[in-house]
Design a protein around this ligand. Structure first.
Ligand code: UT7
Length: 346
């Protein structure tokens, strides 16, 4: 006779010694994607590719492209305003804005400062955080630390990208993969809720060359030559990145579940970075996920880097895919290399 193993009891890793100093909950989320849809059929006219190749190798059918004059700070501000409206948060209440992005409006000042002005959050400190596609989880963890330390009560975390501004439209290996968009989350101390239970983050700089934009920094400032050599575009070793992504997201996912004393069957929804359907399938399979447990929207938005998990979380909440009280597992992976995972009790 086979007995079903008893369900593990959720442990809040912050409740060590039976004391939770504070709770960091996600009070509200919001997202914004530009109106313009770029389909695979249109890309067939730009590079030597096909809808069949893109769909079967990535799962992507279309992505969004920012309008002329629409920048990362505009996408970020639009997502933030939606989250603020849903959470009933006034601009003056926001103490800190963190924008995770690899496509800031400009090298400086920080895009977060431009967002602060656009949403009228005049009391907020603001800075950017760069962890590529892992940026949203890194920013959640940083924001959470400010809440837990009682430095701030309301932190606005945004993942926002205008990746089409750094795409080489002559490189079929990369130009079919990425899109523009933004997602936001408002963190607050809300007693008697679990919120963000635990976050883990990792990095491996020895593999920095797998995914990068070589030009534009202090190593290779913009010159006519660097522009001619196409150094100001994103470059990726897709195959190696793929392998590392699967391994790192699985490892990080297992680590945060271990910390919370839960297994995959207790997770209502897994929201991974939306890079490639084959990556998501492999991660789901290795973690023992059930069909439908892994959330996917990359068919409509492609890879939006730091915005990816934030947009997906917003969609999962808005469509009722996750409800208050559900356990949600977030998984990210990106350039750096960087990776991370989080367990949220929504
Ligand atoms: O956001 C950070 C994390 N990002 C990722 O994790 C992305 C990870 N990598 C991937 O998703 C996949 O590696 C890609 C989708 C980028 C590429 O898929 P792949 O199955 O690894 O293809 P490949 O790079 O091995 O290329 C296979 C073939 C090549 O042709 P040959 O050399 O075999 O003749 C490519 O030139 O497919 C060709 N190819 C294309 N063909 C049509 C590459 N891109 C395209 C394209 N259309 N767009």
């Amino acid at each position: 006779m086979s007995a079903t193993p008893p369900e593990k009891t959720l442990t809040n890793p912050r409740a060590k010694h039976g004391f939770i100093a504070r709770t960091c909950s996600i009070a509200a989320v919001g997202a914004y994607v530009p109106e313009r849809v770029l389909t695979n059929a249109e890309l067939e006219r730009v590079v030597d590719t096909s809808d069949e190749w893109i769909t079967s190798r990535t799962g992507i059918k279309e992505r969004r492209v920012a309008a002329v004059g629409e920048h990362t700070s505009d996408l970020a501000a639009a997502a933030a305003l939606r989250a603020m409206e849903r959470g009933g948060i006034k601009p003056e209440q926001i103490d800190l804005i963190i924008v995770a992005t690899i496509t800031p409006d400009m090298p400086f000042p920080a895009t977060a400062c431009l967002v602060q002005q656009k949403i009228g959050a005049r009391n907020a400190a603001a800075f950017d955080l760069e962890a590529a596609c892992s940026g949203f989880i890194f920013a959640l963890e940083v924001g959470q630390q400010f809440i837990m330390s009682r430095t701030y009560d309301t932190v606005l975390v945004i993942g926002a990208e205008k990746l089409t501004s750094i795409i080489d439209w002559k490189d079929r290996n990369t130009c079919v993969l990425f899109g523009d968009g933004a997602g936001a989350a408002i963190l607050q101390n809300r007693p008697n809720t679990h919120g963000l239970l635990t976050v883990c983050m990792g990095a491996d700089g020895s593999k920095a060359n797998l995914l990068s934009m070589p030009g534009g920094g202090s190593r290779c400032p913009a010159t006519a030559e660097s522009v001619g050599s196409r150094l100001h575009y994103l470059r990726m070793d897709g195959k190696e990145t793929f392998k590392n992504a699967v391994q790192a997201m699985c490892q990080a996912g297992r680590e945060v579940m271990r910390r919370c004393n839960i297994d995959i069957s207790q997770i209502e929804c897994i929201i991974p970075h939306q890079a490639n359907q084959r990556i998501l399938d492999a991660v789901g399979e290795r973690l023992g996920a059930q069909p439908g447990q892994v959330f996917m929207n990359l068919d409509r938005f492609g890879n939006t880097s730091a915005a990816s998990v934030a947009i997906a979380l917003d969609e999962a909440v808005e469509t009722g895919r996750i409800e208050r009280g559900d356990l949600v597992l977030l998984l990210v992976f990106g350039a750096g290399l960087t990776w991370g995972a989080a367990v949220i009790e929504w």
